[in-house]
Each structure stands twice: as C-alpha cells, then as structure tokens.
Design a protein. Sequence first.
Length: 249
Amino acid sequence: MLKVHNINLSLGGLKILNDLSFEIEEGKITGLIGPNGAGKSTVFNVVTGLISFATGSVQLRKQDILGAPSYQVSRMGIMRTFQDAQVLPQISVLENLISASPLIRDASLFQVFFRPKMMERMKAEAAEKARELLKKVGIEEKSNVLAQDLSYGQSKLVEILKVFMSDAELVFLDEPFSGLYPEMIKVIKGLVYELIESGRTVVLVEHNMKLIEEVCDHVVVLDFGTKLAEGKFEEVRENKDVVNAYLGH
Ligand SMILES: Nc1ncnc2c1ncn2[C@@H]1O[C@H](COP(=O)(O)OP(=O)(O)O)[C@@H](O)[C@H]1O
Ligand SMILES: [Mg+2]
C-alpha cells in the first residue's frame, strides 16, 4: 500500500534518516520501533507531509506523495496522530471530531458561503457520528467540553476518534498508548483493532514491546535513522543488531 524508498533527511546538518526503505502492507498493523531519537516520529512527519524536504520516494498505491503538503496527503487518505495528542484546544470535543469529517474538512469556500444549508446538514450528520463515537468509548458527557480541558488520556482518545470520523485508509499512530492507565490502554487497543476491522491499515509507534508483540503483524526497527531489521516480532527480537541497539541506549 505504501512504499518508502531510500529516504534521506538532514536537519540542522545532522543526518536524521539514512537510506530508509520499507513497505506497509494493506490491512495489517505494522510496528515502527526503535530507541528514543531513532527517527520514528520524523518518518511520520515525512510521510504525512509535515516535512517536505526529504529525498527519496514515498508512494501510496504507486502514486508519488513525497513533498505533497499535509492537507493533500490527508485528502489522499493518510492520517496520523501525534505523540503529544494534538487536539484543537479552544473548541469543543464535538467540534474537534466534526473537523475531521471529510465533508467538513474538504468543504470549499463556495460551499461555506453559498451553500449554508448543505453545510449545516453535513455538520449535523458529522455531529451525530461524533456523538455515537463518544458514547461508544464512554465520554459522551465531554462532547461540549473544550478540548483543552480534557485529561491527557482523553485527548489521546479523542485524537483516535478523529480517525474514525475521517475517511483515512492508512493511519499512523505515534505512541497512542504512552503514559496511559491500563484501562485506557485497553480501550485504545480495542480501537486499533477496530480500525483494522473497518478496512484501514495501521502503522504504530510504540515503546511497550509486549503491546507490539501482541498487536503487530510486522515490525520495522529503526536506530539512528537507519533500518536495523524487519520481520515478525519474534524474528526481529532475536536480531543481534536490534538487541545491541536497545542495550546500547
Ligand atoms: N525539528 C528538528 N530539528 C532538528 N532535529 C530534530 C528535529 N526533530 C527531530 N530532530 C532530531 O531527529 C532525531 C529523530 O527524532 P524523532 O523522529 O523525534 O525520534 P523518535 O520519534 O524515534 O524518538 C532526534 O535526534 C531528534 O533530536
Ligand atoms: Mg517520537
């Protein structure tokens, strides 16, 4: 589904990604793991258009996307969450979810100004879906709360619900479990599986190796921006370079 080929990236004179190549298979959960500073979040930034000056190629279903701005990348069906959940703080939880609906996200200025009724209808539709999602995870009472007033775990949860609001086919989750209580980890794990069941493909950055082992079909290991190994978790766990990278940090 996604082919990342020979990506190189330097920031401030430092090599951050080094001839990095890997592929993401459709319908699977791929883990991207490696020590802190290995370049995992940077890979997400490159693929989703937040960093535009990497060299190499990134293809989504054989279409070149490297260098495309992030709004175009999201229209092409790729969505990400952030290590430090990024919800829009000054608007309500419900509005945060609505903003991820493709109907609203991709509305043109023409529609906004000259088709107000249609916009209202689309917004109501999105709001209904958003309320259902909030109910499903048991935080429907938060729908009118400003996103800035959510707890850390709740904002991570809302960020993932935004993916369900979207039409994204390929989802990059940057440490969705980090810093969460066990109950919240369980809820989010359930949502990750639901993403797959709803026909989406998931790439997951996570430090908890138990979770990676449990959830991922395939694992890519990064260290200093270089791919050390890839394969099934049981295989890469035995890999000497991987063991050294983790022990050496
Ligand atoms: N904007 C930036 N400018 C300079 N260096 C950066 C920037 N963002 C990240 N880095 C560096 O890139 C490397 C990889 O970072 P990152 O992708 O965040 O790692 P990971 O997500 O694997 O912990 C780190 O050495 C980090 O310090
Ligand atoms: Mg990171």
